[in-house]
Structure formats: C-alpha cells, structure tokens
Design a protein around this ligand. Structure first.
Ligand SMILES: N[C@@H](CCC(=O)N[C@@H](CS)C(=O)NCC(=O)O)C(=O)O
Length: 220
C-alpha cells in the first residue's frame, strides 16, 4: 500500500484532531494518524509551527498547525467545504461557535477534580447553556431547510457540531452529565443523525474505546 500523503500528529484521544480524522475518513482520503503522549511530544514540538498539536504534515514535509485551519483544509480535500462563499461563511460561523463553546471549558482542565466538576456545572448553567441554546436554534433552522448547517448539504460544519457535542458528554468531561443533551432535544437528534451516517458509524467501529463511546448513537 502506498504511503499516505498526510500525517496527522496528535495525542491518541479525540480532542482537537478528531474532526480532521473524521473528515479524512468520510472523504476516503488516506492519512497516517501519528500519536504522542505528553512525554513523546517533546521531541516533535520543535517541528510544529507553534510548538503544539494537532499538526498536519504534508507529503513535502510542510507542517500545518491550528485545528481550525487543518479542519478547513481537510474539509476541502474531502469535498466537505461549501463552494458558495456565503455557505462557506455560514459553515465557518457554526464551526467557530463550537470552538467558542469548548473554549469555555479550557480553564477547568488545570483545576482540582472537585473544583473542576463544580466549574463545569456552572458553565453549563451559564454561558455554556446560552451557546447550546443558540446552536439549537441554528440546527432547528438547518433541519427545516434540508437538514444541514450550510448550503442544503452536509459540510464540515455538521461534522464539527457532531464531534464537539459528542466530546462534551465523553468520559473525560467529568462534571458534565452524560445525559446533558436530553435538555437540548434538537441537538441530541442532530448528533444521533450524524452518528448514524455509515462512514461515521464505520469510523467509530474501527476506533472503539471508552474515550469514544459517547461518539456512538445513543440507542445502541
Ligand atoms: N489553537 C490551537 C491550540 C492547540 C493546543 O492547545 N494544543 C494542545 C493539545 S489540545 C497542545 O499541543 N498541548 C501541548 C503543549 O502545549 O505543550 C489549535 O486549535 O490547534
């Protein structure tokens, strides 16, 4: 088998590389998934443009950093980036919103476990709730307009929404109730719709494991 033209450098868990992995898989674009631990990452850091991962390495050795840039590039390779400029902007708008949502939780990672759980609950009752409610409205409109966030067909934005909604209820997010999306039925239904797409189901059958259990459909 030929060596894939792309190497995605990240930790083994989903995190900030998961959307790119899934976009590669949905688009049937071969890539090598290179995994690090915090210890082994030290040797790779000097090659990473900003000393962080994810990094996408191209066949000629060029290194592309920032998950948002990687996701958009891979979306284009996979045929999942809208061609119409306004549809593309709408897809980007929703993708940036999901990053804003996840970024709310960033300060909680350095907290002690008990403090962390409380802080996460507070986020979910405050700004996190606002962001999920506004997302719910957008998804409701999308469902009424053909079922997808941008341009009437599936795009990378739908994948990002699915990845972040699945990630927020994963085992790693202690303090976040696993049934959080019961309070957001539109989001829950949308997450399940994407989870049941054949390439998505196939990806999570191939990548089974506790840290990805929440990426499966709820009714399994
Ligand atoms: N804005 C960047 C953030 C990248 C980032 O924070 N990466 C973390 C892992 S999720 C990292 O490399 N941590 C190790 C370190 O900074 O040494 C992106 O979205 O790619």
């Amino acid at each position: 088998m030929a060596t894939p033209a792309y190497k995605l450098h990240y930790f083994a868990g989903p995190g900030r590389a998961e959307a790119a992995r899934l976009l590669f898989a949905i688009g049937n674009v071969p890539f090598e998934d290179v995994h690090y631990t915090y210890e082994t990452l030290a040797a790779f850091k000097p090659k990473a443009p900003f000393g962080q991962v994810p990094v996408l390495e191209l066949a000629d050795g060029k290194m592309l950093a920032q998950s948002g840039a990687i996701d958009r590039y891979v979306a284009k390779l996979a045929g999942l980036y809208p061609e119409d400029p306004l549809d593309a902007a709408r897809a980007d708008m929703v993708a940036f919103h999901m990053v804003d949502f996840m970024d709310l939780f960033m300060p909680t990672w350095s907290m002690a476990p008990e403090e962390r759980a409380k802080a996460r609950q507070a986020i979910l009752e405050g700004k996190g709730k606002d962001k999920l409610l506004s997302l719910s409205k957008i998804i409701e409109e999308a469902e009424a307009a053909g079922g997808w966030v941008a341009g009437g067909k599936m795009s990378y934005a739908d994948v990002i929404v699915y990845v972040y909604l699945s990630g927020i209820v994963s085992k790693r997010m202690e303090g976040v109730p696993p049934n959080l999306l019961d309070s957001y039925p539109v989001l829950k239904a949308f997450r399940n719709k994407v989870a049941k797409l054949p390439p998505v189901l196939a990806f999570y059958t191939q990548h089974a494991g506790e840290d990805r259990a929440s990426f499966r459909p709820d009714d399994e």
